[in-house]
Design a protein around this ligand. Structure first.
Ligand code: 5MM
Length: 336
């Protein structure tokens, strides 16, 4: 079952909408735009996303947060049902967040394994077909440490095994952050090292690699680096790094956007699919910010702006779905 779901999640020309911001993150994004930080506003915003006309055309799955999976649309339809009705698989973020890693100043380990078996049972009852767990790795002096990489990789593997036991497909998300002044090659080396460890742990925990979706960072220079590689250079560095460590039976790789601009994320995904049309895995998107940014700004908490916001989300979905086929044309954005 988890294999079939994994294949559906990365079906050709489709991606995943990451809309699983925890309340803290969602409230921060709302606060920056002067939107009330209430449960009702978060519900209205998530309703806007899941009821976007034609959502299922470009999106195979949407990742929800615990609060959202329990909410309904105005007419009382549970959010997961609204997604199913749109032809979109409902997913759920099941980690409980990245916390400071003891003995490793400046590093984090993602928590949420305690009671996960029982929570997965409940989430499946609520309609979840897949799950997500995000590990966070930072680059800096002596970072990432061996302890940080091993602890996060082990947790990701334990999570993935529990998901498959529950018939839920795991998204495995080890994110190497963009913060820092490191170059492209450093990011490539750290990403390779992290993924190598993640796959070693997945194998040790007997996770079926054909029944997962990998959600990594693209290989990029740090935000404070002077390097300005082209989309083609980034595409090559990313796919070649992944090619060294990601087994070919993993059905799909769905990238996070990690703070890139909307356009950068799209153009770089497109370059990967143009340069590597025969990659062993599907190469698609599981963006959060790079899909939602313009929609959230347009909405701004104003009920009269819902349609405009949905139009903007639909546009970013359309261009990224094109990028997932290597068929993005910059004129698509110029015309918007
Ligand atoms: C959508 O945000 C997700 C949850 O974040 P928090 O736990 O920090 O609230 C996040 O995991 C997201 O799915 C990934 O980072 C991908 O999103 P971006 O914006 O990097 O594409």
């Amino acid at each position: 079952m988890h294999r079939e779901t994994a294949r559906t999640m990365v079906a050709p020309g489709k991606g995943i909408l990451a809309m699983d911001e925890s309340n803290g993150t969602c409230n921060r994004r709302f606060a920056a735009l002067g939107i009330d930080q209430t449960e009702e506003q978060r519900r209205r915003y998530r309703q806007l996303l899941v009821t976007t006309p034609g959502l299922g055309e470009h999106v195979a799955g949407a990742i929800l947060y615990d609060e959202t999976i329990r909410q309904t649309t105005d007419d009382g339809t549970p959010m997961p049902r609204a997604l199913e009705d749109a032809g979109v698989l409902p997913g759920i973020k099941v980690d409980t967040g990245a916390k400071e890693l003891a003995g490793h100043p400046g590093e984090q380990v993602t928590e949420g394994l305690d009671g996960l078996r029982e929570r997965l049972d409940e989430y499946r009852t609520l309609g979840a077909r897949f799950a997500k767990w995000r590990a966070v790795i930072s680059i800096g002096d002596d970072r990432p440490s061996r302890g940080c990489v091993e602890a996060n990789a082990h947790a990701l593997a334990r999570y993935a095994a529990l998901c498959q036991e529950a018939g839920i497909t795991p998204i495995v998300e080890p994110e190497v952050l963009m913060e820092g002044d490191h170059g492209l090659r450093t990011c490539a080396a750290v990403t390779r090292r992290v993924l190598d460890r993640v796959f070693a742990e997945l194998r040790a925990q007997r996770v079926d690699l054909a029944g997962i979706v990998l959600k990594p960072n693209m290989v990029l220079p740090g935000c404070d680096s002077d390097e300005r590689p082209s989309p083609a250079e980034i595409a090559r560095a990313t796919v070649e790094t992944l090619g060294e460590v990601v087994p070919p039976n993993v059905p799909g790789i769905a990238f996070l956007s990690g703070g890139q601009s909307d356009l950068d994320a799209t153009v770089r995904l497109d370059a990967m699919n143009r340069i590597f049309p025969n990659a062993p895995w599907a190469l698609t998107f599981s963006f959060g910010r790079a899909l939602q940014r313009t929609a959230l700004q347009a909405w701004g908490g104003d009920p009269t702006k819902v349609e405009d916001a949905q139009r903007r989300l639909r546009h970013r979905l359309r261009v990224n779905a094109a990028a997932a086929r290597g068929a993005y044309d910059p004129r698509m954005d110029e015309a918007a």
